[in-house]
Design a protein around this ligand. Structure first.
Ligand code: MLC
Ligand code: AMP
Length: 493
């Protein structure tokens, strides 16, 4: 039996999830997921790693469906709730999903597509009742999940993790951050990425603790729940801390003091997915009394480096490698570097994913011959702590904690009738980390940029759309004819 489900047997009466004003014990969650696994199996003995895509709102249903897929032997493919149909279909087609599970509000969006692709569709709340089936034995080396991540190619790649990978990612955090079954966390993150899935939900469930959900990010709602005094663990991306600080600053002093008093009682507050600005860390310390624990991770590896739970949390640093995670820094030839030099972070360990889905070339390219995963991030070690210096590629943008490929946006922009050429870059921004902007060479300078943005959002997610456009006559290029992205950035300043 997978360790997660073994653990749960000891926590059955505990409160597992609070969502939509309902509270659920582990016993209820486990039994609902087993019942749903029977429906997912649909008479089969084992899904044998068939892909099951699901578009389910955060909360009890999300975890029930994820566990059902795992217990039925399938690979869970969570979809982004804010993606337009073409982005969703890209994932559904790429994984060759055989089954799709959706919250009722997404039925209309996906119904036609599932019929056309001959994919079975289960709409939550409309499912038929079937008897409980015998569930298959799942070896931990089987594939568990595919998450899509943007990279240095124009199309996102499916990151395949096994149950063993996920167990390693979860267990190192549970130990290092001292999770217990009396913890109570709040999930405010999207659930198609490791931050929400592994760090928040899975660590909570592994520990027999409680996870409370809100449907989407809202500073007001987060603070309302903090004031109830139950939540003691909180994790978010720097943009969210920035937004919470802005909101807190807008409140009357009595309200600010009340919130500060509540937050001081928390056990742990963690930040990651993008660089935490020192100014945000310092302001948050004043507001909440907490020195944020910053850590470094990636879809392909879960978390790799973390500031200590006990001990010094250094501003501007991501800390030390987590137990069980091997980390080293190398030069551009993937050779070890001298102490004190900066180099690309390579990672090895049970936490590292096994392959990019259906993409052996990319898998080979992203690993060294002796099995180290190339993160593309550059770091330096100073006084024993790792500091992230940046990325190898200017074509990867981190905005609001989301990893976004400039090439993916450029490819879509170039299909617009009025656009001849374009270059997308990320500009440093206090709130978003990086702000996506696009320089356009257009056929007609009277192009309506508002309409362009609306058009873009029919193909790519809103969070991937540029915040600013600049119309130029020619893109800056080097002697080889390659667009010089650093010059493009300067045009916006
Ligand atoms: C939303 N908007 C963004 C954006 N997200 N703009 C730029 N970058 C982003 N990331 C825009 C919307 O399009 C909208 O524009 C406006 O901001 C408000 O949208 P919203 O949906 O209301 O925004 P909000 O809900 O405030 O979202 C902000 C956020 C969200 C920070 C909550 O971006 C978020 O959930 N980020 C977390 C992403 C995450 O989990 N990453 C982890 C990846 S795993 P308009 O024009 O419509 O008003 C990973 C590994 C690791 O990185 O180490 O953890
Ligand atoms: P993703 O592919 O969405 O999982 O994003 C992973 C990337 O987020 C990493 O490769 C880093 O570039 C970035 N990242 C994660 N945590 C941090 C951090 N604490 N500081 C700087 N960058 C980070």
């Amino acid at each position: 039996m997978l360790t997660l489900f073994k653990n749960i047997k000891t926590y059955l009466p505990n409160q597992s999830i609070i969502s939509n004003s309902f509270s659920y014990s582990y016993e209820i969650l486990l039994s609902a997921s087993q019942q749903f696994a029977s429906l997912v199996l649909n008479g089969k003995k084992d899904l044998n790693e068939a892909r099951v895509a699901f578009m389910v709102n955060p909360g009890f249903d999300y975890v029930k469906v994820q566990w059902a897929i795992w217990q039925a032997g399938g690979i869970a493919v969570p979809l982004c709730l804010s993606h337009p149909l073409p982005s969703l279909e890209y994932v559904i087609d790429d994984t060759e999903a055989i089954l799709m599970i959706v919250s009722p509000q997404y039925e209309n969006l996906l119904k036609e597509s599932t019929i056309a692709k001959n994919i079975r569709l289960i709409v939550l709340g409309k499912e038929e009742k079937i008897p409980l089936a015998e569930l298959p034995y799942i070896d931990k080396n089987r594939k568990a999940m595919i998450l899509y991540t943007s990279g240095t190619t124009n199309k996102p790649k499916g990151v395949v993790s096994t149950h063993a990978n996920l167990e390693a990612q979860i267990s190192t955090l549970v130990t290092s951050w001292e999770w217990t079954n009396s913890d109570h966390t709040l999930c405010v993150l999207p659930l198609h990425h490791v931050h929400g899935i592994v760090n928040v939900i899975s660590c909570t469930m592994w520990s027999g603790a409680t996870c409370e959900f809100i449907p989407e990010f809202s500073a007001d709602e987060i603070f309302r729940l903090f004031k109830k005094g139950k939540i003691n663990v909180f994790m978010a991306v720097p943009t969210i801390y920035f937004k919470l600080i802005t909101y807190w600053e807008s409140l009357p002093i009595t309200e600010q003091e009340l919130l500060t008093a509540c937050m001081k009682k928390f056990r742990l507050m963690v930040c990651g997915s993008a660089a935490l600005p020192v100014s945000v860390m310092e302001k948050w310390k004043i507001i909440s009394g907490h020195t944020l624990l910053e850590r470094y991770g990636m879809t392909e590896i879960g978390m790799a480096i973390s500031n200590p739970y006990r001990g010094q949390r250094r501003a501007g640093y991501v800390g030390l490698p987590l137990p069980g995670v091997n980390v080293k820094l190398v030069n551009e030839n993937f050779e070890d570097i001298n102490e004190g030099d900066s180099g690309e972070i390579l990672v090895k360990g049970e936490n590292v994913f096994i392959e990019y889905w259906n993409n052996p070339e990319a898998t080979v390219k992203e690993f060294t011959a002796d099995g180290w995963f190339k993160t593309g991030d550059v770091a330096i070690i100073e006084d024993g702590y790792y500091r992230i210096m940046g990325r190898n590629s200017v074509d990867i943008i981190k905005s609001g904690g989301y990893k976004i490929s400039a090439l993916e946006i450029e490819e879509v922009l170039r299909t617009h009738l009025l656009i001849n050429d374009c270059a997308v870059v990320g500009l440093d921004d206090n709130e978003w980390g990086e702000l996506i902007v696009a320089a356009l060479v257009v056929k007609d300078k009277a192009i309506n940029l508002k309409d362009l943005n609306t058009w873009l959002r029919t193909t790519i997610a809103a969070y991937k759309t540029p915040r600013k456009y600049l119309l130029i006559d020619e893109l800056p290029r080097n002697a080889m004819g390659k667009v010089t992205k650093n010059e493009v950035k300067k045009l916006f300043i």
